[in-house]
Write a protein that binds this ligand. Structure first.
Ligand code: ACK
Length: 838
């Protein structure tokens, strides 16, 4: 077991009397920001400054190891230093069976000294004159410890110290801990073991492997057994293979299949790989489904196919193969098209060919199922239909009142040859060019739906549909305000006919762009132009017909939220911050209602106007992260903003409004910490691992309990349990209407859930009345109020006798109220908060 203690916990109450301070601006050797507790009162005599950890439970440990990472400044390096400057500090401990209350008095004399700590390195100066920390690491053994837990303390007697981290652990093999964090060591995952204490990684057993992107928390795995039950089917045009997954997947889910093809001549020559004419549908390698269609064979040749099961560790071992032989010829193909109107003209059809169509709709709720197939045969080359340039008009009849319907029409089969007579006979002559298909599937009539510009074959069509073309003479560029992904961002003025000039921000596309860059740049306008909400940045229009290409949006005086908050650290009331959060939640509610998933919600992508109204912006990322099932295993890192992204979106690209909710929780944390970087200096990989292990960001200083709890709800592993944006808007509205609910700060509460797993299944109640409504006990509101129970805090300490005393006489009702109170209590008292308190 190892206990790691982070230096990030609330410290306000101790800091008034002591000179230790929490700093976040220092840089380590790699120039990453680090959090440190520092003290440096080297000019004043008689220093005696104490910093103390929270109570640390001993658990099964006898001897404890304390690893300190710190710097101590060399007194000679400090100008004008006096003789009082010291170069050591004291490490002490105190055993206790239980934590002392937050307000208990601190007695330095209770503490026994472990050692005097000195440094062998000190601050160094860079060429640029910046101070850089050189870290010292010292480990001390403490114990045996007899009581149930202990405190550690750091006594400064006049040195210049920066304490960077404290790791507290005891040694027990078979466990590991991949990164620093205030969570326990973990048992080695299956098929792995550790042999030394303090292991950061467990090693795989023989025959088992870890793929390069497997986290250390994952079991070691092995290559799969071969595919089973291989079967094939031939029609005149294609060969259809099907098989069952391997009986042993090797412990992994990332099973794929490769089909290799060998062509063997009749003359006994060795087999050769098939040439590229042989086509596989969907493809020959990296198949995730257990079937494949092969076509375009050469006549009178033998083909041998080998189907192999692979997983993420297959390169590290070998699996055996299943083989089938078959000979085939003929032709078959498919294609699909998308349209926004309920009809489509399909061109380029060949004469004397049977086409089979099916249609599905894309709506707010996603894709509908496919319609039944319907077939259409083109005439022979001399017929009337063929003269019609091989076109067919497909009309989809749907009740689309005010509703954008996206028709996905899949022309999925083209068959030549002898079955033509059969299909032809099914189509009545008057329907040859016009086939009606009834599809009444419209789930939410009347509701606006977001349309992905990528569904347009011609992206410029989407831009012109959703964005107004602005005559550049109406734009006056004033100054450059920043750099965007595609070029400069400027501020300026736009003359709107019949109105006075309005301030605008102008995003420009820098010269020398490729067609793809132009398309990606304008894609944002095609998205933004579909939105109309006070908390979404408004598109004024685009300039596409002259250079430079521009996107013109409303001007937001205070720029992006993250830098705005950093600039105004500590300047706002909690109500103002909640107001900003409410605006963002409301914008997100709008987006989720119309079916748009943002995928990059972060404070840097929120803009703030001069009334502190926050608006969601930056709609560029979704293309990069487009839900491509082929890319499922290649997403770790890359373009995903890891710290803001839900685990299921990182792991398997499951982006949804629920993953936006996770990001929203991170934005809440950014706002309440005035633009602090989520997870501070932790690496992306450590963030992924710590989230996996249940670690969640602690409440920022001064954060109301209710808000941190809402964050924790957003960070639930099960995305279905995360609140919807509409719930959050309601909740934040209630907080704003009832500001006393924001008075309880996290640091004022003794213990509270620090991870979503610790949260009881209990919604966030604000008033007694809400709470009683939720448990259907509203009839007792007056009893509670008359007895003086007006806050949820006071209710949380009620016993069953108290409930009886206020006049709840039915035993069933007493029980219901008491068990709800117990859940509430859990919510407030369940988890020990870790961190530093003196
Ligand atoms: O933090 P900022 O001042 O706010 O710097 C960035 C910069 O442009 C590059 O994105 C600012 N910016 C972007 N859009 C707008 C806008 N609509 N109004 C005002 N500033 C904007 C952003």
């Amino acid at each position: 077991m190892c206990v790691f203690v982070f230096l990030q916990a609330p410290v306000t109450s101790i800091m008034k009397e002591n000179k230790w301070r929490l700093y976040i601006t220092e840089m380590d050797e790699l120039n990453r920001p680090i959090h440190t507790f520092q003290v440096c009162h080297v000019m004043e005599p008689n220093q005696n400054n104490w910093l103390r950890t929270n109570w640390i439970p001993r658990q099964a440990a006898q001897k404890i190891y304390v690893e300190l990472r710190f710097t101590l400044r060399d007194c000679n390096s400090i100008p004008w230093v006096s003789g009082t400057c010291k170069e050591t500090f004291n490490l002490l401990y105190y055993e206790a069976d239980e934590p002392h209350g937050a307000n208990a008095h601190f007695h330095p004399n209770d503490y026994a000294k472990i050692d005097t700590i000195a440094a062998d390195e000190s601050f160094t100066q860079t060429d640029l004159g910046d101070r850089v920390l050189r870290l010292n690491t010292e480990v001390r053994e403490v114990g045996p410890i007899a009581r149930k837990g202990f405190y550690l303390a750091f006594q400064d007697v006049g040195a210049c110290i920066a304490l960077v981290s404290v790791r507290v652990y005891y040694k027990k093999p078979g466990f590991y801990k991949a990164f620093a964090g205030n969570i326990k060591c973990s048992k080695c995952p299956p098929h792995s073991s550790s042999h030394t204490e303090g292991s950061a990684l467990c090693h795989c057993e023989k025959g088992y492997y870890r793929a390069s992107k497997d986290p250390p928390t994952m079991a070691c795995t092995r290559p799969p057994s071969p595919p089973r039950n291989l079967a094939f089917n031939i029609n005149e045009t294609a060969l259809f293979f099907e098989w069952s997954p391997p009986s042993d997947t090797g412990g992994r889910k990332d099973i794929t299949y490769n089909v290799s093809c060998l062509r063997c001549g009749a003359d006994g020559q060795p087999c050769q790989p098939c040439n590229s004419n042989v086509r596989f549908m969907p493809r020959p390698v990296g198949l995730t489904s257990t079937s494949v269609v092969v076509q375009d064979f050469v006549a009178h040749a033998n083909y041998t196919f080998q189907i192999e099961a692979l997983n993420g560790v297959s390169g590290m071992g070998r699996s055996t193969r299943q083989v089938a032989n078959i000979t085939e010829q003929e032709q078959l193909s498919y294609s699909s098209t998308r349209t926004k109107s309920p009809s489509a003209i399909v061109t380029g059809l060949k004469p004397s060919t049977v086409y089979v169509f099916h249609v599905r709709a894309r709506t707010l709720a996603g894709y509908s199922s496919y319609s039944p197939k319907f077939e259409f045969a083109t005439g022979d080359e001399n017929s009337e239909e063929a003269a019609d340039q091989g076109q067919v008009l497909v009309i989809v009849t749907a009740t689309v009142g005010g509703f954008s319907l996206l028709v996905i029409l899949t022309l999925f089969l083209l068959i030549t040859g002898r079955c033509q007579w059969y299909i032809k006979s099914k189509i009545k002559s008057e329907d040859k060019k016009r086939t009606q298909y009834q599809n009444g599937h419209v789930p939410f009539p009347g509701l606006k739906t977001y349309i992905d510009p990528d569904t347009y074959e011609d992206p410029s069509q989407a831009v012109h549909e959703f964005a107004k073309e602005i005559d550049p003479s109406r734009i006056r560029i004033e100054r450059v305000i920043g750099a965007g992904e595609f070029g400069e961002v400027c501020s300026g003025r736009l003359r709107v006919p019949g109105k006075k000039e309005i301030p605008v921000a102008i995003k420009t596309l820098k010269g020398g762009y490729t067609e793809r860059q132009r398309r990606d740049f304008l894609r944002e306008a095609s998205i933004m132009g579909q939105f109309d909400n006070p908390n979404i940045i408004r598109l004024e229009g685009v300039v596409t017909k002259s250079r430079p290409v521009m996107i013109v949006v409303e001007y937001m005086e205070n720029g992006s939220l993250d830098s705005f908050l950093r600039k105004h650290d500590g300047h706002f009331t909690v109500i103002q911050l909640v107001g900003m959060l409410r605006g963002i939640a409301s914008g997100m509610m709008y987006l989720s209602d119309i079916g748009y998933v943002h995928r990059d919600l972060a404070a840097r992508n929120i803009l703030v106007d001069d009334n502190l109204v926050c608006k969601v912006s930056d709609f560029g990322l979704s293309r990069v992260l487009e839900d491509d099932p082929e890319a499922a295993y290649t997403t770790t890192g890359g373009k995903i903003p890891i710290r803001w992204t839900a685990p299921e979106a990182i792991a398997y690209r499951k982006f949804s409004s629920a993953s936006d909710t996770w990001s929203y929780g991170i934005v809440m944390w950014e706002v309440m910490s005035y633009g602090e970087r989520p997870y501070w200096e932790m690496s992306n990989q450590d963030v992924i691992l710590s989230i996996e292990e249940g670690y969640r960001l602690p409440a920022p200083m001064g954060c109301p309990v209710a808000l941190h709890q809402l964050m924790l709800l957003c960070w639930q592993k099960d995305r279905n349990r995360r609140p919807r944006f509409s719930d959050m808007v309601n909740f934040l509205d209630k907080l704003i209407r009832n500001p006393s609910s924001l008075l309880t700060l996290v640091e004022d509460v003794n213990g509270f859930p620090e991870s979503p797993e610790d949260m009881p299944d209990y919604p966030l109640f604000i008033s007694i009345s809400d709470w009683l409504d939720s448990i259907k006990m509203s009839q007792y509101k007056n009893n509670f109020i008359a007895a003086g129970y007006t806050t949820m805090d006071s209710v949380s300490s009620m016993s069953i006798d108290d409930v009886r005393r206020i006049g709840v006489s039915l035993i069933g009702h007493q029980r219901r109220i008491v068990s709800s109170i117990q859940a509430l209590r859990l919510q407030f008292l369940h988890v020990q908060q870790s961190g530093f308190h003196v």
